[in-house]
Design a protein around this ligand. Structure first.
Ligand SMILES: [Zn+2]
Length: 1036
């Protein structure tokens, strides 16, 4: 699953169609009859979509006649039987089946949406109540939680195979289903406990095999606290026998992007709907009753019945399609291999597709709305997907496991994408790309999301984590491989060695440097907590740890280890220790012995990371002192775990270290540091030589030195920076800025390092500087001496800005051919120049905007459009704002729409900013998923920070209702609005606000408080020191 990149501020979630909601509330909620009750004759139909299906029509016709006969017979039988049992059980203990074949239960369906017909307890109560009370007492006596009340499913049953038959009613957004689960009994029990949530259950039947006599169902009930459905039987299921559980149910195709949900788009002025699923992590239970934990791998055979104007997709290819006279069709999909429920998927839509085939014969299709397919917007994704499957097959030495892979581009999705096996789903902005109007950054985003989801076809789908505490295993790998896979597609881009540092390592060390962080491996039980584990710590720290591991193992041994791991565990589950063991064995084979589990447990089970301090000038005889401590931004904050305290944190650190002088750097040596403080001998340490730790920043930690060594490093950078590698130059910048921000280092050191940038021709150090400057800029941008800081930065940028100049808009040149490094460097420098107020940069932006307005032709170079729009809006009058607003409405290209909207937040005019904030909550104007970005961007603007903060507090109820369930969204909003608050007053407002409302987003808010406290502390302790140095430096 790919989350939305914070740096990219790209939208995700939840547009809520107000009119749809209304229609549902007012319209008929009576659900249509189930498939078994309908006797319909088969009739082959032609549709333009199912070309492959036509070839099978003859066979399909025959099969369907047989199926019809069988269905009719079963329908007659079943309808008789099901009519017998109209009883309902609502919630736990107050329940009662009629003791015959089935119990019927329904669950409260979420606020304000009573589903189905009114229910009542047919049994009238007393006998059932007595029975339940006895049962509860029995569990109490045993001092055990009843099996349905435990956070995890009881282990006495195991699903082997599911037959799932669905009918999707797109005209009223409901569906009905029949699931048959083949169960293996491990321990005898009277209870069947499985997940089911937000559905209406019509009938339940348990049999030793499908046709033989049933096991009588005593009663059934939902237990909403654990989202399970319980079938109580009259007798125990016997060990090592296999049973069939049949459940007939119906539910809504929700408007809330989880489970089986709907979404829509407009084509030729007409609104069209589609239904698609998002099951990860715990939402399959909203679409069918199932054992919804990753460990319960089973095979699935899915059939979907829908109107023939739609097509249906699932993990596997369609085997046969059976057409009916009344315009309905049933697609029967091939059986899946063993898999978990969370990456099962289906969709019902009227998309079209293009396809390609890999060397090994895997059919890859990209499905999207017909206009996008016609424009070719999916071609880029399709092309790289084919190449990437070939790459992964070669890298992992394990072939792709399914006959096909469909990529589905949907208008709305709660995440950037989801890796469903064989049917991966992407939000349109992350997969459709129009090369003529997309920037390199946009292309990079699309590429990396696809690389990520494809990696999951192996890491996640083929081999699945045992439980969610190790979600970082699959997400860390997929995130790390985003860079490795992109390097395969664009070998010159050096993503894994370079961009990984700024976008992953530096980014996550910001988060993980808070005392309120958490370990990458987090214990979770409750479904409501599981969403929480999908955060940047899991993704980015996971990836950074994997990169460190690959670094000290050596990449080829690491790769061999992964091949073994996938081969051993394919179609199964694995925990982190399985990986550590396989990797240790791989190391042993090449004659190295490291206990990987011991090393990695410290990194995955402890939160945070160390700062290593290397003292070189305090001892003689080439001896240096190396010490480690936990890095935290605000040393005043109390540790999250007070029993422990920060002093007890220790890591085994693979520290690489090199010695350099003016023209030469020694080859690195690896030192394992595991104590608080250690002495090490370093050869060839002369008077003028400097020490450099964490070579190429492969390690997940920061390095500090004595001031003398810092001065020597600065001197080296100024005289000849190329002696130090590009990644270490970026690393020194990021470490220095953050060490100073946390008070480990004087404030002038990072600003002195920056001075060498006027000679820096590589993109990465500039990018690292620009990112590190950003939070410092936000700490200062509302202070009265801001102009001193501003002036200093402009001086550092000026000469490189002049040297590089502006890009021209060469539309004929493909993005991919453009020199990525050069263009990105130029973009970075222009961004710094324009945002810190370089006059030439401002004029250039104004000229380009004026030209666009007067000619109505947009000739602004693609790669700097966002900078130009934002600068134009901030400098020029209200007419420009109105012009951009108009363009935002009229453009159809997703990438363009996004940067136009963000530009509107750059205005200095508080009235316009307020107007924009208020408009952002109108779903007709701004998609729900974009509203968060509008609010966050206004908060980044010094003229709008207090407006956004006030707006956020006033609208919190609405915002929380909208994004509450998508935890990731919510925490993005909370941190985005609060992270740059930095006054005592704002801190008080934040604390009061948290006190005044109850529940939800608690983790995000405690992080917010710590961040703002650290900001306030920095202002109090270090702001003056910084300004003093700047004043002195500017007058020199
Ligand atoms: Zn993922």
């Amino acid at each position: 699953m790919a989350l939305e990149e914070k740096r990219e501020k790209r939208p995700p979630v939840t547009p809520m169609m107000i009119e749809e909601e209304a229609a549902l509330r007012n319209g008929s909620r009576g659900l249509p009859p189930g498939p078994w009750a309908e006797a319909a004759g088969p009739r082959p139909r032609t549709t333009e979509r199912h070309i492959a299906v036509h070839k099978r029509l003859v066979l399909g016709f025959a099969v369907s006649i047989l199926a019809l006969l069988a269905v009719t017979m079963i329908a007659v039988l079943l309808s008789v039987r099901f009519e017998e049992c109209g009883a309902a059980a609502d919630g736990p203990p107050r329940a009662g089946g009629n003791g015959s074949l089935s119990g019927v239960a329904r669950q409260p369906h979420g606020a304000g949406q009573p589903p189905g017909r009114p229910e009542e307890d047919a049994r009238g109560g007393e006998a059932a109540e007595e029975e339940e009370e006895e049962e509860e007492e029995e569990w109490q006596r045993r001092r055990e939680l009843p099996p349905w009340a435990r956070p995890r499913l009881p282990r006495h049953l195991r699903p082997l195979h599911y037959n799932l038959m669905l009918t999707a009613f797109m005209e009223n957004f409901t569906f009905s289903g029949e699931v048959n689960v083949q169960l293996e009994v491990r321990n005898a029990s009277r209870y069947i406990v499985l997940h089911a949530h937000r559905m209406h259950i019509e009938a339940v039947r348990v049999a030793e095999d499908k046709l033989a006599g049933g096991v009588r169902v005593a009663r059934t009930f939902f237990y909403p606290q654990t989202q399970v459905f319980v079938v109580v039987l009259n007798r125990s299921l016997e060990v090592q026998r296999s049973y069939n559980l049949k459940i007939i149910y119906n539910a809504l195709i929700e408007n809330e992007l989880l489970g089986f949900f709907r979404s829509s788009y407009v084509l030729h002025g007409e609104r069209r709907f589609l239904g698609v699923t998002q099951f990860s992590p715990t939402h399959a239970r909203k679409a069918f009753p199932c054992f919804d934990e990753p460990i319960y791998k089973a095979t699935f055979k899915i059939s979907i019945r829908h109107q023939a104007t739609y097509l249906s997709l699932s993990n596997m290819p369609v085997e046969t399609s059976v057409f009916e006279e009344d315009g309905w069709v049933t697609d029967h999909f091939s059986q899946t291999p063993l898999m978990s429920t969370y990456y099962l998927a289906w969709a019902v839509c009227n998309f079209t597709y293009r396809e390609t085939v890999t060397k090994s014969g895997v059919v890859v299709r990209l499905y999207a709305r017909p206009d996008a397919i016609r424009r070719g917007s999916g071609d880029y994704a399709l092309n790289i997907t084919r190449r990437l499957i070939e790459f992964y097959e070669d890298y992992f030495k394990v072939p792709y496991s399914l006959p096909k892979l469909d990529l589905l581009a949907v208008p709305k999705h709660p995440y950037a994408a989801m890796e469903n096996w064989g049917l991966s789903v992407f939000v349109e902005q992350r997969i459709l790309l129009d090369p003529s109007i997309s920037s390199i950054l946009y292309l990079l985003d699309v590429t990396m999301v696809i690389v990520h989801e494809l990696c999951h076809q192996w890491f996640g789908d083929l081999v699945t984590p045992v439980w969610w505490e190790d979600v970082w295993l699959k997400e860390g790998f997929a995130h790390y491989f985003e860079f490795v896979g992109t390097d395969y597609l664009y070998p010159g881009w050096n993503m894994e060695k370079q961009r990984f540092l700024t976008d992953v390592l530096h980014e996550v060390m910001l988060l993980d440097g808070l005392a309120s962080s958490h370990p990458v491996s987090q214990e979770v039980q409750q479904a409501s907590d599981i969403d929480r584990v999908f955060d940047w710590i899991a993704y980015k720290k996971g990836a950074a740890l994997i990169r460190m591991l690959a670094g000290f193992m050596g990449h080829s041994v690491f790769q061999m280890g992964l091949q073994d791991y996938l081969t051993i565990h394919k179609y199964g589950n694995a925990a982190r220790n399985d990986l550590w063991n396989t990797l240790s064995k791989a190391l042993k084979r090449v004659g190295k012995s490291v206990n990987i589990q011991e090393v990695m447990d410290q990194w995955t089970l402890q939160m945070g990371y160390p700062v290593i301090t290397i003292l070189g000038n305090e001892t003689t005889d080439n001896i240096i002192v190396i010490s480690q401590e936990r890095f935290v931004y605000d040393s005043d904050t109390k540790p999250k775990d007070p029993a422990r305290g920060d002093t007890s944190y220790l890591w085994q650190i693979p520290l690489t270290i090199a010695v350099g002088n003016t023209s030469h750097i020694s080859s690195e040596a690896i030192i394992w540091v595991s104590n608080k403080s250690e002495h090490h001998r370093v050869p060839a340490l002369e008077e003028a030589s400097w020490l450099l730790g964490n070579i190429n920043q492969t390690g997940y930690f920061r390095v500090n030195y004595d001031i003398r060594n810092w001065k020597l490093l600065i001197n080296q950078l100024t005289r000849n920076h190329e002696v130090i590698s590009v990644s270490n130059r970026a690393g020194l910048i990021d470490d220095a800025f953050n060490l100073a921000r946390a008070g480990y280092l004087p404030q002038n050191i990072p600003l002195e390092i920056m001075r060498y940038l006027s000679e820096e021709k590589d993109f990465l150090p500039w990018h690292a500087a620009s990112r590190a400057l950003y939070p410092l800029d936000k700490l200062l941008d509302r202070t009265e001496n801001y102009n001193i800081f501003n002036e200093y930065i402009l001086r550092q940028v000026a000469s490189m800005y002049l040297k590089l100049g502006w890009p021209t808009n060469n539309l004929n040149k493909s993005l991919v051919q453009a020199s990525y490094q050069h263009e990105e460097l130029r973009r970075e420098v222009i961004m710094l120049a324009c945002s810190f107020g370089n006059k030439h940069c401002h004029q250039q932006a104004a000229t380009l905007i004026s030209d666009w307005i007067s000619s109505n032709r947009n000739r602004i170079p693609l790669n700097v459009r966002d900078i130009v729009y934002c600068t134009g809006v901030s400098l020029m009058d209200e007419d420009v704002w109105e012009f951009i607003w108009m363009k935002f409405h009229s453009t159809t290209a997703v990438s363009e729409k996004k940067i136009l909207l963000e530009a509107l937040t750059c205005s200095d005019d508080r009235n316009l900013l307020n107007r924009l904030l208020n408009l952002s909550l109108n779903s007709e104007v701004v998609l729900d998923q974009d509203a968060i970005d509008v609010i966050i961007h206004v908060a980044r603007n010094p003229h709008g920070r207090d407006l956004a903060w006030k707006f956020f507090r006033e609208k919190w109820k609405i915002l929380n209702a909208r994004y509450g369930e998508a935890l990731f969204m919510n925490s993005k909003l909370v941190s985005g609005v609060t992270e740059f608050l930095n006054t005592e007053g704002e801190l008080r407002e934040l604390k009061n606000f948290i006190k005044s409302y109850e529940g939800g987003a608690a983790v995000s808010f405690s992080r917010a408080v710590e961040t703002v406290e650290a900001n306030v502390r920095w202002q109090r302790l270090y702001k003056e020191e910084l300004f003093q140095w700047l004043r002195k430096s500017l007058t020199q």
